[in-house]
Design a protein around this ligand. Structure first.
Ligand code: COA
Length: 319
């Protein structure tokens, strides 16, 4: 038998305020037609002042613990994927630890922008299989609304806030994370970045993106890494029940599925409701499809993402 990191439960959380394209068009020079046609986005949730990356992450983690039927006291590892932490330090993972009343454990943040959840999942998977922990919370939580330039219509309409989480348990068997492949290529830093930071400007900064160039790289990289991860698991796209992509743009999701020869109805899509929530989007989509009954125990899932850096990756999971 092989020791694997099994998804014991999932959860998610969204800010209360839901903003439609029409509402956005009241203050931004844009339209519902433009946003839907280019991106598939219809709504996004935007955090109020009292909703933070740590508070949303805590809510998602609570819901994942409840779904898994696991007491917070059993958690010995917390990995939070985020690019919008509450503070530069301490890691927001430690704020979530305290909020959940979890005692001594390992807790830290991982930052790989929109690929962050896959990086966090892979780190936790390796720690569980290596024996460094037994029961982990892997969380993606973001408040990108705080780093958007609301004067830049080319970016501010694309993003939203939210959080998703999974509880991973080290268990012997055939289920769990079967393979992960992660990549980075820093030569593309300037295509998608934030123009501030503690060691440079001393400010938080705002998100900047050259959307067309990002789009061009996305489909090629995502198709390649999904095939790579499937091959590492000894599987092919014919074996896949569900693709759970990072939700950046409907056109990227459709083009990627087409190139892999996957039917559209095998792709979980939440970008219409959540927009791009960066590291939160994969666990949010996963939790949505688990709760609405589409994803069932035994299904083969492929999780995939690409983001700033560039970073990109894919994980193959037997749910
Ligand atoms: C951002 C994106 C939707 C823009 O679509 P596009 O077809 O490339 O559009 P462009 O940026 O070339 O802009 C086309 C026109 O629309 C305009 N435009 C840009 N944003 C707009 C908005 N929100 N509303 C209305 N018009 C807008 C531009 O000003 C431009 O007008 P012009 O032709 O008069 O100059 C698209 O490039 C994209 O999805 N890229 C990938 C982004 C992504 O997924 N990033 C996250 C990865 S994690």
């Amino acid at each position: 038998m092989t020791l694997r990191a099994v998804i014991a439960g999932s959860g998610s959380a969204l800010p209360k305020r839901r903003v439609s394209n029409e509402q956005l068009a009241e203050t931004v020079d844009t339209s519902d037609e433009w946003i839907v046609e280019r991106t598939g986005i219809k709504f996004r949730h935007i955090a109020d002042d009292n909703e933070t990356t740590a508070s949303l992450g805590t809510e998602a983690a609570r819901s994942a613990l409840a779904a898994a039927g696991i007491d917070a006291g059993e958690i010995d590892l917390i990995v939070l994927a985020t690019s919008t932490p509450n503070q530069t330090f301490p890691a927001s993972a430690t704020i979530i630890q305290t909020n959940l009343g979890i005692g001594d454990c390992t807790a830290f943040d991982v930052q790989a922008v929109c690929s962050g959840f896959l990086y966090a999942l892979s780190v936790a998977d390796n720690m569980l299989r290596g024996g460094a922990a037994k029961t982990a919370l892997v969380i993606g939580s973001e408040t990108f609304s705080r780093i958007l330039d609301w004067e830049d219509r080319g970016t501010c309409v694309l993003f939203g806030d939210g959080a998703g989480a999974v509880v991973l348990k080290a268990e012997e068997g055939d289920s769990g994370v079967l393979a992960s492949k992660l990549h980075a290529d820093g030569r593309h830093n300037q295509l998608l970045y934030v123009d501030g930071g503690p060691s440079t400007t001393g400010t938080v900064g705002k998100l900047r993106m050259r959307g067309r160039e990002v789009f061009r790289h996305a489909v090629v990289n995502l198709v390649a890494v999904m095939n790579e991860a499937l091959e590492a698991a000894g599987l092919t796209s014919d074996d896949v029940d569900w693709v759970i992509p990072h939700q950046a743009n409907r056109r990227i999701l459709d083009a990627t599925a087409r190139k892999l020869g996957l039917a559209e109805d095998k792709v979980i899509i939440t970008v219409d409701e959540h927009a791009n929530t960066s590291a939160a989007s994969i666990p949010l989509a996963l939790d949505t499809a688990v709760r609405d009954g589409r994803i069932k125990r035994g299904d083969l899932l492929v999780l995939e993402a690409m983001g700033g850096g560039f970073t990109w990756g894919a994980s193959v999971v037997r749910y």
